[in-house]
Design a protein. Sequence first.
Length: 242
Amino acid sequence: MEIVIVPDAAAGGELIATAIADLLTGKPDALLGVATGSTPLPIYRALEAKVQAGTLDVSRARVCQLDEYVGLPDGHPESYREVLLREVLQPLGIPGERFIGPDGAAEDIAAAAIAYDRQLAEAGGVDLQLLGIGTDGHIGFNEPCSSLASRTRIKTLTEQTRVDNARFFDSLDEVPHHVLTQGIGTILEARHLVLLATGAAKAEAVAQTVEGPLSALVPASALQLHPHATVVVDEAAATHLK
Ligand code: F6R
């Protein structure tokens, strides 16, 4: 695992955007796995700046989703599909036809989960998967005690994660209880994992991910199993590293 400590979130965003630009130079139709939440936004803004400056060509890039709420109606502004259209696809000018994600509004959620894993495999697998990390060490929405071999499936959010995400909704009651998330086994199939963690609230989770034992209690520690995992942390998130 490669650990990179950067001064702040903007520097982390720039560094990772540059890595994505390098990937797309060598493989213009690379499949880029994207995450939601606050942490990756500096990456998306840095990518947008590169596209506007003409230094990044995304004309063949493909994008896939890490996770999705279950039960939000199609087009709900806080569904992760809508968030990613707003924050990534539209600013970069990537059309919806080159974007895949799990169907959280499906009637048969178990079948939708299996279908998404199949879709990822048929797309040739994820070239670079962006990840954030929860204060409890979750990646995607694989909460503590998730199987390290898990596939895309429905998961129940912990109360802490619902509270953390309530800032995106009008009230805690509106935050869904369930999600469809790529499993840890699914995530580990990406060719390169890039986790960004910023802010002091993530410091303990980062230390356990990087220096703690491999444990389902800290799902992000599964990155220790991956041959090409990069963890980018700002100084605040690095404070608990030895
Ligand atoms: C979101 C996701 C989550 C977030 C994590 C951190 O797609 O997969 O694992 O990355 O909850 O969220 P933020 O970045 O808002 O602190």
